[in-house]
Design a protein around this ligand. Structure first.
Ligand code: TRP
Length: 455
């Protein structure tokens, strides 16, 4: 057996620190902003069911694979893949998996940061009491006023990129760990309170039925693809974010337990967000398929009409910003770790470079909502295209190759040793990673390709 490696970037202080950081990465805009609006656009229940199945059968095994690869390699994903391929005498092309991940990280963060900027802007709108007594129409106007102003969006996007770079430049323990410890539980409590408010709207049953009663007639091949893509997106899988966090994981931590814990926490937050939002949608006659503005056009109604809504609204958007922040840092960490390892840059310099690239690509998303709103390809704006290509194509492809590498290329001895599993537990993971996850991704892809060609 090879001598145990350590990472030059440091290590989490404990297993719990890793769980918090990885949960911080997983829980973000994906759960609170994206999940409700794509569930709304794709008809609710059946879509949610496919998403849950994908989390369980594809997401959890691939998360375990990413963590084990990261911990085995103890480097940035690019170098981890290179070293593991070399050690096992496998093809050097495996390192491109790391490269695709770095690219995906930049692309995702570029628009993630713009949406996080909306959340930042909403902190001030909530604090200023702008929502008090507001109904659906006013709240819609507040949102439109924000996104149609390129200068404001640009300012908030810039602030969020800078915030992300500051934390990333400080490194694993001092930067990443501290933020998550109190913020995640606080966010959870506030969401629980919003679900409580949703119960008082009179449309709670309707909202819950929308989320949980499947109507398979609405389940198109495209909806299945989006549900699978979202399972990757929400768990931060397919691009090396969890891999790089795994590379800082202490050797004695159980990968299986941590993966299951992270996936459960992430799913719970998404379902709670859905249960908070859809009752408000129905109670106010809003449109579940309203698109990316959905939470910004629904939750302010709750804050505007509940006791102490200004306080809770402000707090909620502050926590949403933090949730986005702890996710954003994981999107850029693989690139920063690589710049430090291969170009001898300081973390600060590496963060500045990464931030500059993200900021520049982000301009496309900023303008998608105003100046370029009519410049579309297949009816999709720059933002729509970027979101679709990353979440529904690049991440599942990355995940597919991670599954193939862990399930078919690495030896069973290595994976067994890292996972610390044997018997039936290992067998289950082995079947999922070797057959179920890769086949599911391929079949869901082919299903959509078939639709494009014949349907
Ligand atoms: N999972 C985060 C969310 O749901 C976003 C995110 C962070 C992510 N790191 C990632 C998505 C890596 C894909 C890959 O908001």
């Amino acid at each position: 057996m090879s001598a145990k490696r350590t990472s030059i970037h440091g290590q989490w202080s404990s297993r719990w620190a890793f769980i918090l950081a990885a949960t911080g990465s997983a829980v973000g805009l994906g759960n609170i902003w994206k999940f409700p609006y794509i569930a709304g656009e794709n008809g609710g229940g059946a879509f949610v069911l496919v998403y849950l199945l994908c989390v369980a059968c594809i997401g959890i095994p691939i998360m375990m694979a990413e963590i084990l690869l990261g911990r085995r390699g103890r480097r940035s994903p690019i170098n981890t893949m290179r070293v593991l391929a070399r050690e096992g005498h496998h093809h050097p092309a495996w390192q491109y998996l790391g490269w695709i991940g770095v690219l995906a990280g930049f692309l995702i963060l570029s628009y993630y940061s713009v949406v996080a900027g909306w959340a930042l802007a909403y902190v001030f709108r909530a604090a200023g009491g702008l929502f008090s007594g507001a109904g659906g129409e006013q709240v819609g106007e507040i949102f439109t006023a924000l996104v149609s102003d390129p200068e404001r969006l640009l300012a908030w996007h810039t602030i969020f990129v800078v915030m992300t770079m500051i934390v990333v430049s400080r490194g694993v323990q001092s930067g990443l760990e501290k933020a998550v410890r109190f913020l995640m539980p606080a966010l959870f409590l506030l969401l629980a309170m919003l679900v409580g408010y949703a119960m008082s709207t009179g449309s709670f049953a309707q909202g819950v039925a929308f989320l949980f009663s499947p109507d398979f007639g609405k389940l198109t091949p495209a909806a299945i693809l989006i549900a699978m893509g979202h399972a990757f997106f929400t768990l931060s899988l397919g691009m090396g974010a969890i891999m790089v966090y795994g590379s800082y994981l202490p050797d004695d931590a159980s990968i299986t337990q941590t993966s299951v814990t992270i996936a459960l926490a992430d799913t719970l937050v998404a379902l709670m967000a859905g249960m908070a939002i859809f009752p408000i949608v129905f109670a106010h006659g809003l449109e579940p398929g309203a698109g990316p503005g959905l939470i910004f056009q629904t939750l302010p109604i709750a804050f505007g009409n509940m006791p102490a809504g200004t306080l809770f609204g402000t707090l909620f958007f502050v926590l949403l910003v933090f949730a986005a922040w702890t996710s954003a840092i994981s999107l850029i960490e693989p690139a920063v770790a690589w710049l430090v390892e291969n170009h001898g840059m300081s973390r600060v310099m590496a963060s500045v470079w990464a931030g500059a690239i993200t900021w520049t690509v982000g301009l496309g998303t900023v303008f998608s909502f105003n100046l370029w709103a009519d410049d579309t390809l297949f009816g999709l704006t720059f933002f729509d295209l970027l979101d679709f290509a990353t979440a529904n194509i690049i991440l599942p492809l990355g995940g597919l190759f991670i599954a193939l590498f862990a399930g078919w290329t690495l030896s069973r001895r290595v994976t067994m040793e890292e996972l610390g599993l044997d018997g039936i537990g290992y067998q289950l993971w082995y079947i999922l990673i070797r057959y179920v996850a890769p086949l599911a991704v391929v079949i869901i892809f082919l299903n959509v390709v078939g639709l494009l060609r014949f349907g």
